[in-house]
Write a protein that binds this ligand. Structure first.
Ligand code: ZN
Length: 116
């Protein structure tokens, strides 16, 4: 894989993780609301839903928290890899300056096309 493809791949993975991390609090919140209303209904109708809703709530919470933790860990790992990639440089064939590999199509110093 070329450095540029690698950077693009890492960026995509990071975006996916970011979206996941943004969704998790919502999932946990919905689980809380749903189990909360089940709890109220269970109390009202006198059914033993209490234990079940608490169980489901606990499962959702632990799943959400561990997923969030895992996503954060993965994100940090990707960030480290990303650093390694973006710290890699190519040398402009025109002005000989070092350019970080990223989304540059032209040399930011002299405007020389970097496409081969
Ligand atoms: Zn240049």
């Amino acid at each position: 894989m070329s450095e540029q493809a690698r950077a693009a791949y890492l960026q995509e993975q990071m975006n996916k993780l970011k979206r996941k991390m943004n969704q998790l609090p919502l999932i946990v919140y919905v689980a809380m609301v749903l189990s909360g209303s089940c709890l109220v209904a269970g109390g009202y109708f006198g059914h033993p839903w209490l234990i079940w809703t608490l169980l489901i709530w606990g499962l959702f919470m632990s799943w959400g928290v561990s997923s969030a933790r895992q996503a954060k860990k993965q994100y940090n790992e990707l960030l480290e890899q990303m650093k390694g990639v973006t710290f890699a440089t190519i040398t402009c064939s025109n002005c000989q300056k070092e350019i970080p590999i990223g989304n540059f199509e032209f040399c930011p110093f002299c405007g020389n096309s970097l496409k081969k």
